[in-house]
Design a protein around this ligand. Sequence first.
Ligand SMILES: *Cc1c(COP(=O)(O)O)cnc(C)c1O
Length: 380
Amino acid sequence: MKVSSTARSYNRVSISPKALRHNFRIIQKKAGVAVLAMVKADGYGHDMARAAEVFAAAGCKTFGVAEIDEAVTLRKAGIRGEILIMLGFMHEHVNLVLQYDLTPVVFRIETAECLANAAVKAGRRIGIHLKVDSGMSRLGLLPEQVDAFLDRMCSLPSLYLAGIVSHFSQADDPDSDNTGKSYDSYTAMCDRINARCDGIRHIANSGGVFNFPETCGDMVRPGISLYGYYPDGEEGRRRAMGEKLLPAMSFTTQVLQVKTVPAGAGVSYGHTYITPAAARLAILPVGYEDGYLRSLSNRGEVLIRGRRAPIRGRICMNMCMADISDIEGVMPGDEVVVLGRQGQELITADEIAAWAGTISYEVLCLIGNNNERTYINEEI
Ligand SMILES: *Cc1c(COP(=O)(O)O)cnc(C)c1O
């Protein structure tokens, strides 16, 4: 849990700046173009401001967030690069765009008009990135809406087009032909737009960078890979050639209590686990409030004394039980690794995600954003 007083929680998320830097460099080398670091969702759980600081020190000049409040937070934390607000902004906040020198992604004519008015009043010109939809049916103008937008934008001299954005829906799958189709649709729109005005092209997420490098354009927008994970999970890690990405987050807690229960004991709410024989359990202060999903009930594993201990019964709000029948000498206070390495063993966010039926992205956001975080002091 996240605590704000002077007392600490049993639970601790540790982030390795060395791993973040390593990942940024690998991506930069692989893409060979400018890298926009996606730090939305509080840096995928890695503390947006501190992660952005690490990327900036490694040479990153552009950052991406979802909403304007995150962008203001980054500025206040001293980040000086360009900050793209991927979801645009509510028009009542237009002055914040100017005040904090932010770069909005725009997908409606009305937003362009609102920005143009504010820019005129301030005696400035604002660069925008136009969002187009190349087949995901998410945010952005459809191909047939692009010309009308450009007609209007070109009549607003206080605005200029800085970039053209789209997004892939299946770049995590190297075998899908969807990415090629989406890229062709995007390129056709870009050609039409760039015939009328400049604007850099960027569409590639992590999947684009690693699986479809020909789509890297003028800039890439990796998220998950910066934090050490491949968009297609362990499959991607196996396939990766050369230096591999390094997971930056680990999550540790400690044993609260150790007890031996007899055969036939029901464990946790609903007794969804009944011990087949006498069992030794470690009670852990980790639950779904800490981002350890309830769907990990009877599925998850944690590391204690360098060994894997399976979760028994339901995950509670603030606790869960691990079976330590096969692990000698476990004591209250022993370190437990929920995510990360202990001795020779390693639990990755991909492994937790597979147990819970989700993806590493969600595991990192939930664990990172619901616990105290520490950046490890290490030689960089
Ligand atoms: C989140 C996001 C990204 C990064 O995607 P990853 O799969 O994490 O690399 C890039 N672009 C947009 C628009 C996004 O929303």
